[in-house]
Design a protein around this ligand. Structure first.
Ligand code: ADP
Ligand code: MG
Length: 293
């Protein structure tokens, strides 16, 4: 299994004002973390993205309490107390600053993972962070502005572009969109004002001696075929609408629910010796609930 984990962190613009008294000594340490060789072997990457300050923070002259270095792949958190300034340095597999754009984030995180998915692996990307730190911006972005597309539409575009190669003699892609709020599961692709909402259940198919199980899955979740990036954008728009209605109906806040967008890719590839290789890979893209919950 190959997986990639993106953490969207508030850091630089968290709204906490730094009291820059300039006094005292400074203290620097690096937390112990597995070496990047270890994380690479495990197929997991942890990256941090800082968002730019918003209008409110700029108006209040909020001072950044975090700085990031893409080159060193580290983030420095500065904290002041009465007598000293503490600097904690955290290193990650990759660091994106407030100046990093959506393409840069996609290319460095999901880009290599898409190849794995087309080779038949199941991969996951998770956005973790406090509400307002840029998780949804990183995952979905702004659907109506291609420059600001997040990793979901960019992954779809990359998958369809690769599948258009003549060596793919047959392919199909199916999408599903699940929202989890407490114990409630909602299929974001089904309009329950037209049809009765489907009953969804998390089940585990463990298989048996003769058959390999499919693992954890959601029984009843719909899958819709998508043939282009445009199809995926339309599904995302529909799901956003659904989420909004759900929020007002059930008085729930989007920041409290997890959203899992999955693309399942079946492909038949002509290989060098003329034979055909069948693959099924999956890409799960998860916009987690705000970490403050
Ligand atoms: P979250 O999903 O973590 O609660 P959002 O993705 O909704 O946070 O981001 C909060 C606000 O900040 C949104 O208006 C979003 O457009 C904006 N934003 C977040 N990250 C960025 C970024 N890297 N560049 C520009 N705007 C951003
Ligand atoms: Mg969000």
């Amino acid at each position: 299994m190959s997986s990639s984990l993106a953490a969207a962190a508030a850091a630089g613009a968290s709204g906490a004002s730094a009291n820059n008294n300039g006094g005292g000594g400074s203290n620097t340490f690096s937390p112990t973390k597995p070496s990047s060789a270890d994380t690479a072997a495990a197929g997991i990457q942890v990256v941090v993205r800082l968002r730019p300050m918003n209008e409110r923070e700029l108006q209040k002259n909020t001072l950044p309490v975090v700085s990031a270095s893409t080159e060193n792949r580290d983030v420095t958190v500065i904290r002041n107390n009465a007598s000293q300034t503490l600097r904690n340095v955290f290193r990650y597999d990759n660091v994106f600053t407030a100046f990093s754009d959506q393409k840069e984030v996609f290319d460095a995180t999901l880009g290599p993972v898409i190849e794995d998915v087309l080779s038949g692996y199941e991969s996951t990307v998770l956005a973790y962070g406090q509400t307002g730190t840029g998780k949804t911006y990183t995952m979905e972005g702004k659907i109506d502005n291609q420059d600001e597309w997040g990793v979901i539409p960019r992954s779809a575009e990359d998958i369809f572009q690769r599948l258009s190669h003549k060596n793919y003699v047959e392919w199909s892609v199916y999408a599903s969109y699940l929202e989890i709020y407490n114990e409630d599961l909602t299929d974001l692709l089904i309009d329950d004002s037209v049809n009765a909402p489907p009953s969804l259940k998390i089940v585990e198919d463990r298989g048996d001696e003769k058959r390999r199980g499919k693992g954890v899955m959601v029984f009843g979740l719909s899958e819709e075929e998508v043939r282009s990036t445009e199809d995926v954008l339309q599904l995302m728009e529909r799901a956003q609408q659904r989420r909004k209605t759900g929020e007002t109906k059930m008085n729930k806040s989007s920041s409290r629910s997890h959203c899992l967008f999955t693309l399942c890719v079946h492909a038949k590839l002509r290989v060098e010796d003329g034979g055909l290789l069948d693959t099924t890979g999956k890409l799960h893209m998860v916009d987690l609930a705000g970490s403050e919950c």
